[in-house]
Each structure stands twice: as structure tokens, then as C-alpha cells.
Design a protein around this ligand. Structure first.
Ligand code: GLA
Length: 379
């Protein structure tokens, strides 16, 4: 328990405890930084924070997962090249101060069960958890969406990873037993109920996402190039969000094969998300599953961010009874798949995927049967 850990380390009870969940994305992949649509859910695995105020301007930080401590002053927050795990917390803290929110020193301990580098957004959970921690400790009552944006700013500019806004958003604003439909252009969102008789099953390939960051940056640039080309033909497009399938067809001759594929993924994925919302709300989970499957094919063939391991996990999943849909989730190049499975079939599914993955590649997959959970800043 995080309260007990705090007591053991600092010799006093914490004043504040917050929990920020990891996430899985049901559909809408690589659309967030194209101002498109996403449908993630927060999962019942979280990074937990416990802390108390100090009278000075010092922050003492202990990571349970790294079994390491660092200390910094609120008046001089620098990136730490040795204890890189602390940078998410430093970044969020620095930007709060920079925005004029006067913080106090604090003793803090954090840790949890969101696997790292598995594509389940443990870093977004640390950022959002930090924002929620300061908000609660000091009674700041800041707007959750402001804190989401600040958490993303910390990841983009302090840590230096050019992610979109999906992961921080869902870790902050998820709701129990619901997915969250988010328009990444204006940040309008709505919670969509998930049925209890269907489980979200996450399969972790165990492969660290080695290429993820560099290839992510390449995709980002390719999307910008594709928009620029399409806009130069007179289509009023500020991002791929504005491009219709007909626009894309008209631009076919103009775009290189690679840019056409990248754009086709994003344009079709946005359409899939919009249909997915409709069919989820009308209870047509069979169709929802088909859209997930189509998303995987598009990510594999057009966006080219899957991997052999993810493809095997998905192909094994597709063959199992009770599976509605299966796809890679998150940035790709390793990490996890997300599967929608009928409740009564979930345990057997987990076992079959573990066995199939082991037989095909000699690798061990971890399988988590998840429940959609509340975000760190949801009311
Ligand atoms: C990572 C990023 C997100 C999003 C996904 C792909 O998780 O952090 O912003 O771009 O990849 O959908």
C-alpha cells in the first residue's frame, strides 16, 4: 500500500494519495496528433502517489519501482540525465511553477503496476499523477483539461517525446466501465458505456518498443508532408483530420506511395472511430470488433507500425472463440494488443493466446483482463 510505503520512508503518514491509471486504446491509433478521433479507456492498473507538504522549497522523491530517491529545489528544476524516471515529475512541477502556481516543497513516494515501455502509457500516468498530486495537496482546483495539456507539455518539451494528447487525457478523465471518445482538435469528449459481459483483454508482447520514438517522429513528419501536398491542390486541410477519402483519391497521383499509405491510414482510421462510436452506442459489438480488426490491418500495412510479435498475437486472437476484435494498441513496434472478448471466454482466451505466442515465437506474453477505470482527475 502506498500509504504504508510513505510511512516507512518518511516516518509520517501522507496527507494526500492520488492514483493515475494507465490506458489502452480501443480504436483511433495515430490519429491524435492529426487532430482526429480516439477511443481509449483507462485501465485498472495505476501509478500511485503519496505525499505531504514541506515547509521549504525542496521536493524529495522516492520511486518504489526503481528503488531510488532524488531531491530537487522548486527554484531550479533541471532535467536529470541519471535518474531519468524523475523527469516526468520534474517537468510537470516546473511547468506548474512557470505558469505562476506557487508550490510548496513536498515529500513524495510513487510506484504502481502499469508495466513500463509496454505501450500502456505509464509515463502519461506519472505526469498526470504528478499534476493531480499538486492539485490536491495545495487545493489548487485547476481545470482538469488545463492539467492534461500541461502534462503533455512536460512530455513534449521537458522529457522530449513528441506525443499527442490521448494518453494524458484518458489517464486524467477516464471513467469506470466507460471508454472515452475524444475529438483531438477541440478536445470535446464524451464517455461511452462499455458492457459488462465483454472484457477488454490486453496482451503484452514483452517486446520493448525500441523503434517507437524514432519511427513515431518519422510518421509525424510524413503526416505533415501529406497534408501539405493535399492542401497545395486547393483542399482546405490544416491536418489529415480535414481530408476526406475523396480528397485522398484525387491526390493519389501527387502523393508518393509512402505518403499515400500514411494518409490513408489516418483518414480511414478516423472514419472507423466515428462508426465505432455509433455501433458501440447501439450495442453492435460484432461490428465494433470488425472495425478493430480493420484498424490493425491498416496499421500493419499502411501505417507500418506493427511488428512480427504484435501480428502473431493478433492472428492467434482472431482465431479464438468469443473474440469480437483484436488489434495492436498504442504507438506500435512492440508493446501490447487490445482484444474485446466475451466475458465467459476471457480466461480460455488468455490461456490460448499465451500458448499460441509461445508456440509460434518461443516468447512469453503477459495477459491482463482489464476493467475500465476512473481517471486521476475525473469528478
Ligand atoms: C503514443 C502517443 C499517443 C498516440 C499513440 C498512437 O501512445 O503517446 O499520443 O499518438 O502513440 O495512437
Amino acid at each position: 500500500m502506498i500509504e504504508r510505503d510513505f510511512y516507512t520512508i518518511y516516518g509520517a503518514p501522507p496527507q494526500v494519495v492520488v492514483r493515475a491509471p494507465g490506458r489502452v486504446n480501443l480504436i483511433g491509433e495515430h490519429t491524435d496528433y492529426n487532430e482526429g478521433f480516439v477511443l481509449p479507456a483507462a485501465i485498472d492498473r495505476s501509478i500511485n502517489f503519496a505525499g505531504r507538504r514541506r515547509a521549504d522549497r525542496v521536493v524529495r522523491l522516492h520511486s518504489l519501482d526503481f528503488n531510488a530517491s532524488v531531491e530537487f529545489s522548486l527554484d531550479d528544476i533541471q532535467k536529470d540525465s541519471r535518474n531519468t524516471w524523475s523527469n516526468y515529475i520534474r517537468g510537470v512541477t516546473k511547468y506548474l511553477e512557470e505558469d505562476g502556481h506557487r508550490l510548496s516543497g513536498a515529500d513524495l513516494v510513487f510506484g504502481g503496476d502499469v508495466p513500463r515501455e509496454a505501450g500502456l502509457s505509464s509515463s502519461a500516468a506519472v505526469e498526470v499523477g504528478t499534476a493531480a498530486f499538486w492539485n490536491k495537496l495545495l487545493g489548487l482546483e485547476l481545470d482538469p483539461v488545463y492539467l492534461v495539456k500541461l502534462a503533455r507539455r512536460a512530455e513534449n518539451h521537458f522529457v522530449g517525446v513528441p506525443c499527442g494528447i490521448m494518453d494524458q487525457f484518458i489517464s486524467a478523465l477516464g471513467r469506470r466501465d466507460h471508454a472515452l471518445f475524444l475529438d483531438c482538435r477541440d478536445l470535446a469528449y464524451r464517455h461511452v458505456p462499455l458492457r459488462g459481459d465483454v472484457k477488454i483483454v490486453v496482451c503484452n508482447s514483452g517486446v520493448k518498443r525500441a523503434l517507437a520514438q524514432s519511427e513515431y517522429e518519422v510518421r509525424l513528419k510524413q503526416c505533415r508532408q501529406a497534408v501539405a501536398e493535399i492542401a497545395s491542390m486547393g483542399v482546405p486541410a490544416a491536418s489529415l483530420r480535414d481530408v476526406t477519402p475523396a480528397n485522398l483519391e484525387a491526390a493519389r497521383a501527387r502523393l508518393s506511395d509512402v505518403l499515400l499509405r500514411r494518409a490513408r491510414h489516418v483518414v480511414s482510421e478516423n472514419e472507423r472511430v466515428l462508426e465505432a462510436i455509433q455501433v458501440l452506442e447501439s450495442g453492435n459489438l460484432e461490428r465494433f470488433g470488425q472495425l478493430m480488426n480493420a484498424s490493425h490491418v491498416s496499421l500493419r500495412d499502411d501505417y507500418q507500425v506493427s511488428s512480427k510479435e504484435l501480428d502473431v498475437l493478433v492472428e492467434v486472437a482472431w482465431k479464438q472463440p468469443g473474440v469480437l476484435g483484436a488489434r495492436m494498441t498504442g504507438a506500435g513496434f512492440g508493446g501490447c494488443t487490445v482484444n474485446l472478448v466475451r466475458q465467459e471466454a476471457a480466461e480460455a482466451f488468455a490461456e490460448a493466446v499465451r500458448r499460441g505466442y509461445q508456440d509460434a515465437l518461443g516468447l512469453k506474453a503477459e495477459v491482463y483482463i482489464c476493467r475500465a477505470s476512473a481517471g486521476a482527475l475525473s469528478a
